[in-house]
Every structure is written in structure tokens, then in C-alpha cells.
Design a protein around this ligand. Structure first.
Ligand code: PLP
Length: 283
């Protein structure tokens, strides 16, 4: 079956789908995006993703190209045309195409792209055995709360992780505190079973998965503290894990080559992971 993409008002075969060479997304990374999971034909936390899309657009002063009702129809139609039962939807909105000049163009129409694709089930060993992360300096800009398409620092970080045979790179701010992964949020569980993750300041993206995990923690009566933690604290933690729409919730068992806790997925992490899967299945 050939894939179909929605590009600026049209459904087109994936191979032919394109934006203009002077699209500001291409020239300046002047745009934002969202990735929404599809599980069993249902969108997971769609409302939170759309809310965050609006927040990102608003911060960059890009006018939404279409209304929410129309956007939801386009998302569903793109899923349908690509026969996605389990997979992801990708949305991107840029400030549009205009002659290249840094300041906002007077009249550019924002570009909306929506794609959807099936994904293979993740390797079960990642959840059973846990994953390794490395730590790297956070070289990104100071508005990581905006889900901007300007991801080159994240790309370099993820590549560094790959080359170190690690799943993810946890980025570290100038004070030695972990901000987040290159495409995931970072968490630890302290020796007294408190779940810790950085507060959603401008140094991290407020993950939708992060918010879903907050709800689970609240419902299950676990302790949560939103505060920064250092690399040393993470290495000495009882458990660690990461979260995102595409990774779900994965136990972190090694940081810079050193085992976290007993070097196995933690008890609380596995409980949260199971509860998160129940949440996505019920979406
Ligand atoms: N942090 C960064 C930098 C990300 O790119 C992502 C997801 O792409 C996340 C965190 C996790 O966000 P979410 O749970 O909404 O997928």
C-alpha cells in the first residue's frame, strides 16, 4: 500500500509530497511539530498534543493554519488513508514560504504537513532488560519548552548515544543537572521511593507522556517531586527511566557505563510502565 501525506490542503502520494524550497521550516527551522501515538486505531492523549501544539505556535507567533475541528479530521483521514492501526502521526506547522529574510514575512500562509505511519512493536528486550544512557552537555537554546523543529543539537546528541551503543543521551545543564534526553524526558527514583523529574521550565519539553505518568503516580499514590537532579544523583539513584510518545516508558539501567541500582529495571519503574501501557491501550 502506498503512503499518503497531507501537505498544505492536499492528500498526496508520499513520494510526491513536498514543500517549497523557501518554506521557512526548511530555511530557518521556523516551525513546530507534534508526534501522536496511535494504538489500536485510537489516538493517545490527542487533546494534550493539540494543546501543546497551540502553545508552541503561540510562543512563535505562528497563526494556526486550520481550526482544531478541521485538524482532527485531517489527522483521522491521514491515519485512515495509511491504514495505521498502531503507529504514529506526525504534524508539522511552519510559518510558511516566503522570500528568505529573517523577520516575519508580511503575508505567508503557515504550512501544515501531516503524515502517519505504522510502527513495529518495540523490541521487548528494551523493557525487560532496560537501556543505557550517556550524559552530554546540553548545548541547546533556552526555549526547549517549545516543540520546535530546530533539532540539530538533539540529532547530534542522539548520534553520540548511538555511537556509544546507548539508547539515549541525557543532556546536562551548566550546573551539572540533567535536563532531559534528546527525544525523551528523564526520571529517577530515589532510595526512599520518590519519583523525581525536572519541573517543566524552559529547559525541557513538557512531555505528554510525562503528564500521563504524573496522573498514574497521583492515582497510584506514589510520591513525586518535580526538581532538577544531578548526574551524580542519577548514578546513585535506586531506579531511573525515560519517557516519550515513541519510547513509552523505558527503564534506564546504565548511565555512562555504570549500573543504576542493581543494573536491572526497577520495581517502581516496571509498575509505572505497565500502568502507562494500560493507559495507552484504553485511549
Ligand atoms: N523531550 C524532548 C526533547 C522530546 O523531543 C520529546 C519528544 O519528542 C520528549 C521530551 C517527550 O515528549 P512526549 O512525551 O510528548 O513525546
Amino acid at each position: 500500500m502506498s503512503r499518503i501525506a497531507y501537505v498544505a490542503g492536499q492528500y498526496l502520494p508520499h513520494r510526491q509530497a513536498a514543500v517549497h524550497i523557501e518554506d521557512r521550516g526548511f530555511q530557518f527551522a521556523d516551525g513546530v511539530y507534534e508526534v501522536i501515538a496511535v494504538v489500536g486505531g485510537h489516538l493517545v492523549d490527542e487533546a494534550l498534543h493539540i494543546e501543546r501544539l497551540h502553545r508552541s505556535l503561540n510562543e512563535l507567533r505562528i497563526v494556526p493554519p486550520i481550526g482544531d475541528a478541521a485538524l482532527k479530521i485531517v489527522i483521522r483521514e491521514t491515519i485512515r488513508r495509511n491504514a495505521v492501526d498502531t503507529g504514529i502521526v506526525y504534524l508539522q506547522v511552519t510559518r510558511g514560504a516566503a522570500p528568505r529574510e529573517h523577520a516575519f514575512p508580511k503575508s505567508a500562509k503557515p504550512t501544515l504537513v501531516v503524515t502517519a505511519r505504522r510502527t513495529k512493536p518495540p523490541d521487548p528486550r528494551l523493557g525487560e532488560e532496560g537501556i543505557a544512557v550517556i550524559t552530554i552537555p546540553d548545548i541547546r537554546w533556552q526555549r526547549c519548552d517549545i516543540k520546535s523543529v530546530a533539532l540539530v543539537a538533539n540529532v547530534l546528541g542522539k548520534q553520540q548515544a548511538r555511537e556509544a551503543s546507548a539508547y539515549e543521551a541525557w543532556q546536562v545543564d551548566r550546573e551539572g543537572r540533567i535536563t532531559e534526553g534528546t527525544s525523551t524526558n528523564a526520571w529517577i527514583v530515589t532510595m526512599d521511593d520518590t519519583v523525581v523529574t525536572r519541573a517543566a521550565d524552559t529547559a525541557i519539553l513538557n512531555g505528554v507522556t510525562r503528564l500521563a505518568v504524573f496522573d498514574i503516580i497521583d492515582r497510584e499514590g506514589y510520591r513525586l517531586v518535580e526538581r532538577p537532579f544531578t548526574v551524580a544523583e542519577a548514578k546513585a539513584a535506586r531506579e531511573a527511566f525515560l519517557s516519550s510518545t515513541t519510547a513509552d516508558l523505558l527503564p534506564v539501567v546504565r548511565i555512562d557505563g555504570a549500573p543504576v541500582g542493581e543494573g536491572r529495571p526497577g520495581r517502581l519503574t516496571l509498575k509505572l510502565r505497565a500502568a502507562y501501557f494500560a493507559h495507552t491501550a484504553a485511549a
